[in-house]
Design a binder for this molecule. Structure first.
Ligand SMILES: Cc1cc2nc3c(=O)[nH]c(=O)nc-3n(C[C@H](O)[C@H](O)[C@H](O)COP(=O)(O)OP(=O)(O)OC[C@H]3O[C@@H](n4cnc5c(N)ncnc54)[C@H](O)[C@@H]3O)c2cc1C
Length: 201
């Protein structure tokens, strides 16, 4: 595959999520020069964000460096940058990186920049139901969960579980990682599993 001159065909891919990464890998044996531009240096495995938010995984475990992921692919140049403009007539992509603005020419362009969440006009929901699309989102949610857990475990304003002494008033549902449910009953559990899920803190 050749471009307008004898040089290799130049492919610019915007975004190194699932879409951009798979497109890059699909072209690993093609006679092309790929420039992969992503706004972070890492690929984020979004389906595991919940595990980061609940403290089961650390953020590094779901965000490998893109260059590490593609280390064996020799026809790709991985660049850090947020794409700020695409000139389809001139066939150029403009990107901004810390301390640097740059432009890349392309023969073919793949845009795989993902999507953002929507509250469908109900932005007031965001305070109570924050987004879950980035590591920052997951860490924010983790801070809220752990903060609520800590406040719950140190508060004296919530009554003890029925039939328990004051030293057993706080329980932790391992199944749903919560203490903010009413004592003795986790809203996420069915009655049959809730008994075995509850532990004394
Ligand atoms: C919490 C959560 C759980 C999910 N669970 C599942 C699941 O179990 N199964 C499933 O199939 N799917 C799941 N999904 C959906 C799946 O993760 C997405 O469909 C998928 O990540 C979309 O891939 P993408 O490449 O289109 O976009 P993304 O993965 O969002 O990637 C977009 C990339 O583009 C980059 N980017 C954006 N704008 C720019 C710019 N201007 N310049 C440069 N780079 C830019 C971003 O940094 C990002 O790396 C889940 C999603 C979330 C959020």
């Amino acid at each position: 595959m050749q471009g307008r001159t004898d040089r290799p065909h130049r492919v610019v891919i915007v975004g190194a999520g699932f879409g951009g990464l798979f497109a890059t890998k699909a072209l690993r044996r093609a006679p092309v020069e790929i420039t992969l531009i992503n706004s972070t240096a890492y690929h984020l495995f979004q389906p595991l964000l919940y595990q980061v938010a609940t403290g089961i995984l650390s953020e590094g475990e779901i965000a490998p460096p893109i260059r590490e992921v593609l280390r064996r692919q020799h026809n790709v140049d991985v660049r850090l940058g947020t794409v700020t403009g695409i000139d389809v007539d001139a066939r150029t992509v403009t990107a901004h990186a810390p301390g640097l603005d740059y432009t890349v020419e392309y023969d073919s362009l793949i845009v795989a920049a993902g999507a953002s969440q929507s509250y469908f006009g109900n932005e007031q929901f965001a305070d109570f139901a924050p987004g879950m699309k980035s590591i920052d989102d997951a860490l924010e949610l983790r801070a809220r969960i752990f903060g609520a857990t800590f406040r719950g475990s140190t508060s004296t304003s919530i009554p003890a579980r029925p039939g328990s002494s004051s030293s057993t008033r706080w329980t932790w549902c391992f199944r749903h990682s919560a203490t903010t449910c009413p004592p003795g009953r986790c809203n996420g559990c069915t009655s049959s599993v809730s008994r075995s899920s509850w532990r004394r803190r």
